[in-house]
Design a protein around this ligand. Structure first.
Ligand SMILES: Cc1cc2nc3c(=O)[nH]c(=O)nc-3n(C[C@H](O)[C@H](O)[C@H](O)COP(=O)(O)O)c2cc1C
Ligand code: SF4
Length: 435
């Protein structure tokens, strides 16, 4: 592991790494040149062979997704998902900040493979600096002849636009993103039809995450076999991991998907261990939406398969938040429920009402006015809104319920003890205010 050479972050810290000149001097745009000499189908095959699984949260294989496009299509559109709206996640930001041409190169190759001639980068609105960085890089790429007409002297043309979002979590969901790009409220669409068949402007559309696309040039340049030689067979290639909370070195690190949560926290070249005097109580290893681990579960591998064994929804965005022993978990419960309660777009009754009710009850608990049965009411609410296929238009309820369910189930004793220890007169006063 120590010998692992960063791939996605190889230009991080290099002087002027954002400029096309430096990117090219370090081998940049060779993969795109190579891809444009292949047929689009050959590029798709190579990405399929590499088993590149989407880094945006769901882990769906990118090459397979590209094959869902109708064979007889006349126009395809590519959307680059740079919304990065999952709490504690900032790997897309680091990629765009440190190496914007890597993303542009990945976008060119993916667009060529899917026969798209327009690519839209949908970027979260809070990324002010990153917007200018990426736009400057796109302008440079146009000036160099890598975007626009006759790329690298071939017949292939690609236009690339950056579209800034309006600050909603649900606009990161691919069909919410598409609606928002069309200038409408970012409400996710009922599927099917899936975007590959009917997406942006009702055209066949591919939506891929920034990190997914950044992997593509390396697959083309070094080959699918090189990519699959990194990590376990179900979780191939390099991966970025974020870590935040009371650790010595919060940040974004690259590794094969063989590392454990414990290693991410403790390794000297990663989290660097807990801050002095702090001990781990809980970890949310995959962003906010995947669920919670206890301190006894830190040997979970950060890959696409292991999290399920710990009752989690998946790897998610691989952005871990560490919660230390001094933290009152009632506050964590409240924070999480507040996020989803605020971000539900409101189209589906059980999501709109369920997330709002969970937030109300969690607030009551956090303010010393909880009742023991509140924990079961939250669990029942979450069971009614999340895991039933076909209930919701998008996946937000799953993400809203996994952290809440796992937190309550794994830390029930502690939450119950906190409720039992509430000062009784305070509960009465708080309930008067809340009701
Ligand atoms: C509520 C919600 C929010 C999402 N937010 C993001 C996001 O910010 N960025 C992202 O890439 N994918 C996000 N996704 C996943 C996308 O719908 C989609 O699966 C992804 O962009 C596909 O790219 P990939 O296959 O390259 O991972 C979100 C999904 C849901 C349900
Ligand atoms: S599940 Fe929730 S966030 Fe998704 S479309 Fe329905 S109401 Fe909106």
């Amino acid at each position: 592991m120590a010998s692992f050479e960063p791939v996605l972050l190889r230009n991080l810290g290099v002087e002027n790494s954002r400029s096309v000149r430096v990117y090219e001097s370090r081998g940049g745009y060779q993969a795109a040149r190579k891809a444009l000499k292949m047929t689009p189908d050959e590029v798709v095959e190579e990405v399929k062979k590499a088993n590149l699984r989407g880094r945006g949260g769901a882990g769906f294989p990118a090459g397979v997704k590209w094959t869902f496009l109708p064979k007889d299509r006349t126009r395809t559109l590519l959307c680059v998902n740079a919304d990065e709206s999952e709490p504690p996640t900032f790997n897309n930001r680091v990629l765009m900040e440190s190496d914007p041409h890597q993303l542009i190169e990945g976008t060119i190759i993916a667009a060529y493979a899917t026969r798209a001639q327009i690519a839209y980068v949908y970027m979260r609105v809070e990324f002010h600096e990153q917007f200018h960085i990426l736009q400057r890089a796109i302008d440079e790429a146009y000036a160099a002849g890598y975007l626009g007409e006759k790329i690298f002297g071939t017949d292939y043309c690609l236009e690339c636009y950056v579209h800034r979002g309006a600050g909603a979590y649900v606009c990161g969901e691919e069909t919410g993103l598409i609606e928002s790009l069309e200038g409408k409220r970012g409400w996710p669409r009922i599927k099917p039809p899936f975007p590959a068949v009917e997406g942006l402007f009702r055209r066949p559309t591919v939506v891929n995450n920034v990190e997914t696309l950044c992997c593509v040039p390396h697959i083309i340049e070094r080959g699918a076999n090189w990519f699959t030689s990194i990590g376990p067979p179900h979780s191939t290639g390099p991966k970025l991991f974020c870590i935040s909370g009371p650790v010595n070195r919060p940040g974004c690190y690259e590794s094969p998907m063989t590392i454990t949560v414990r290693e991410l926290i403790e390794r000297e070249d990663m989290g660097g261990g807990m801050l002095k005097g702090k001990r781990v109580k809980a970890v949310l290893p995959g962003g906010a939406s995947m669920g919670v681990l206890t301190a006894a579960e830190l040997d979970m591998k950060m890959d696409f398969e292991d999290p399920r064994k710990y009752g989690l929804l998946g790897l998610g965005t691989a952005a871990a938040v560490v919660v230390d022993e001094s933290v009152d978990l009632r506050g964590v419960l409240r924070n999480l429920t507040r996020f989803y309660g605020t971000e539900s777009c409101g189209q589906c009754t059980q999501c709109r009402e369920g997330t709002a009710w969970m937030y109300k009850i969690a607030t009551r608990i956090a303010m010393d006015a909880g009742r023991l049965e509140d924990l079961d009411i939250i669990l029942e609410t979450s069971r009614n809104m999340g895991m039933m296929p076909g209930l919701s238009i998008c996946g937000l309820p799953d993400g809203a319920t996994y952290p809440i369910e796992t937190l309550i189930k794994k830390f029930r004793g502690e939450l119950e003890a906190a409720i039992r220890a509430q000062p009784p007169d305070r509960a009465e006063r708080v309930l008067k205010v809340l009701n």
